[in-house]
Design a protein around this ligand. Structure first.
Ligand code: ATP
Ligand code: MG
Length: 565
């Protein structure tokens, strides 16, 4: 959208990152190489925002014949875990990307340590004993310069000695840090003697107990990029203010200089994208897990039934923006509808069954021809059994129909999809006044759902033969959050106040045509008139469970139409 629309000649224009990359190639910068990386911290599962970053980084490498690494930014052992590493690898692969190198910032701990020693030796780093509170008081404010730490003038020898002993585990957590000696009066807060190392006596998921000092993000990230020969280090806007520091380390250490480029992070309406908060939702059991189909995580939306193609297409459509914006969730839903419309087989299921007896139909079974996918000829057709007793949706019958109601009602005729015209002759109610059974007659000449004499019926409804039906469980989802921006809550509240209490509805004993008796987990179907559904991993022992991926109503198409006017 915005910043990479097509121009008048209908040739796609470049987004601003592609422009930078192409200029660099033309100027033979880095020998015209393009090497990007996707650098997640393994402290949670990836979400759709990460998918955007993955498509961008891997997409650039592909477009410019370059490379893209997967690098785990694993510098904080207290929050990280192999569970997350494994899930990240799986999600990137599932999205359809293969990384050129798989690296870990922890692989560089020794090199980073040596560079820290080097910084100390050239008088550019020192061990500081200020407490956290003191340090933030000394840091000043954006409008007030900071104050230099009394430890800033320690001798090189003393710094080397203390830093070595920090590494050797002689000091407790939080007692000392290593800081860069940059400029305490810099208008850029990140340049006011940032911390390079802190003491954390915690085992690391890869390096075990080898280290008890760990590098900070700012110190580890740029140097890791440099070690890997990254040319374009793409990150989100909040790192713009870190860029001077990124460049300072590279320059001071005189090592290969990648270029940091920032773009706007993806925000989606009614959606929260922060690993920390998503972790809270999991831990506090607001959802069933990271892969709960209501979660914006990649594993959640995969379980929901989204396809990699639909996510890649979404990333393409939203483009790359330089300023923060919010993307309408309807666009994401539009992308999966478009994809499944082409791919998903159509089937008939009844979520809220009402029994219909066709009194003049013989006690036999017939097989009706049903088209598997009108959008895809190669999908062919199948046979659907039809018999005297069928189920229809309760909603498709009305005792006293309103004016525009064209479905089944007393005396009215409707078309059963792929089968016959039926007409309601009578119905039965139980003692509570609930309709339990509808009696109909059928017209044998309307077989296949075709009018025998040109007479018109306005309504077409779906059905399932009762004797052939299989019971399925269906899970319907609404938005996890009621608020357009879940982070927007009144003072003293929490984003959790914006959770939608009705985001999950489970319906048991829905009726499905026999085709769905045993279908593969993650396969997708269009339940005619009801939406796209995907087989859930909870399916077992012949009882299939389906998640509704998305309904059929495309609100994005509506929005687009309005914009065109
Ligand atoms: P979160 O705030 O959700 O924890 P993060 O930025 O801390 O996300 P990282 O693992 O550090 O997560 O991110 C890996 C990469 O993904 C980074 O380059 C980051 O900029 C990018 N990224 C994270 N969130 C988004 C988003 N919403 N849109 C686009 N890119 C994102
Ligand atoms: Mg982070």
């Amino acid at each position: 959208m915005q910043e990479n629309t097509t121009n008048v000649n209908n040739k796609p224009t470049l987004n601003f990152i592609e422009e930078i990359v192409e200029t660099d190639i033309q100027n033979s910068k880095n020998g015209s190489r393009v090497h990007t990386r996707f650098p997640p911290e393994p402290n949670g599962y990836l979400h759709i925002g990460h998918a955007k970053s993955i498509c961008l980084n891997f997409g650039l490498a592909k477009k410019y014949n370059g490379k893209c690494n997967l690098r785990f930014d694993d510098t904080n052992p207290t929050k990280e875990d192999v569970e997350y590493v494994d899930s990240i690898r799986e999600d990137v692969k599932w999205l359809g990307f293969n990384w050129d190198g798989e690296y870990y910032a922890s692989d560089y701990f020794e090199q980073l340590y040596e560079w820290a020693i080097q910084l100390i030796k050239i008088g550019k780093a020192y061990v500081c004993d200020l407490t956290q509170e003191q340090m933030s008081a000394y840091r000043g404010t954006p409008t007030k310069p900071g104050t230099e730490s009394p430890y800033r003038s320690r001798s090189i020898d003393e710094n080397i000695d203390l830093f070595t002993r920090m590494r050797n585990g002689e000091f407790p957590d939080g007692s000392r840090v290593l800081r860069a000696k940059v400029d305490m009066s810099s208008p850029i807060m990140h340049m006011r003697d940032p911390i390079l190392y802190r003491i954390i006596h915690t085992d690391h998921h890869r390096t075990g107990n080898k280290w008890c000092i760990y590098p900070m993000y700012d110190y580890a990230h740029g140097q890791s990029d440099s070690i890997e020969g990254i040319t374009h280090s793409i990150c989100t806007l909040e790192f713009e203010v870190h860029r001077p520091l990124y460049d300072w380390f590279i320059k001071t250490l005189e090592i290969h200089a990648p270029q940091q480029i920032e773009f706007a992070r993806l925000n989606i309406s009614y959606t929260l994208m922060s690993k920390r908060k998503l972790l809270e939702l999991v831990n506090e059991k607001y959802v069933s897990g990271w892969d709960d189909p209501r979660m914006p995580t990649i594993c959640g939306i995969r379980r929901r039934g989204y396809t990699p193609e639909s996510l890649r297409n979404f990333a393409e459509l939203i483009g790359v923006a330089k300023r923060d914006n919010v993307i309408d969730i309807a666009l994401l839903e539009h992308c999966i509808r478009e994809d499944l419309n082409k791919k998903a087989m159509r089937v008939m299921t009844v979520l809220n069954p009402l029994k219909v007896v066709i009194d003049n139909y013989p006690d036999t079974t017939e097989e009706m021809d049903a088209i598997n996918n009108p959008e895809d000829e190669t999908a062919g057709s199948r046979k659907v059994p039809f018999s005297k007793v069928i189920y229809i949706e309760r909603d498709d019958f009305m005792e006293e129909p309103s004016k525009k109601y064209f479905r089944l009602s007393p005396g009215n005729e409707v078309r059963l999809r792929y089968a016959y015209f039926i007409k309601c002759e009578s119905f039965v109610k139980d003692e509570n006044g609930e309709i339990t059974e509808v009696h109909c007659s059928y017209d044998p000449a309307s077989r296949g759902g075709n009018s025998p004499d040109g007479r018109k019926v306005k309504g077409t409804i779906h059905w399932v033969s009762a004797q052939h039906a299989v019971d399925i469980e269906v899970r319907l989802f609404e938005r996890l959050f009621n608020a357009y921006d879940p982070e927007n809550y009144p003072e003293g509240g929490s984003y959790k106040d914006n959770l939608n209490p009705d985001s999950l509805k489970v319906i048991n004993n829905c009726k499905a045509e026999p085709y769905l008796k045993n279908v593969a987990v993650l396969s997708s179907y269009q339940f005619e008139r009801l939406g796209y559904f995907c087989v859930d991993q909870d399916s077992k022992d012949g009882k299939m469970v389906f998640n509704r991926t998305v309904s059929l109503k495309d609100s994005w198409a509506k929005i687009e139409k309005k914009e065109e006017k």
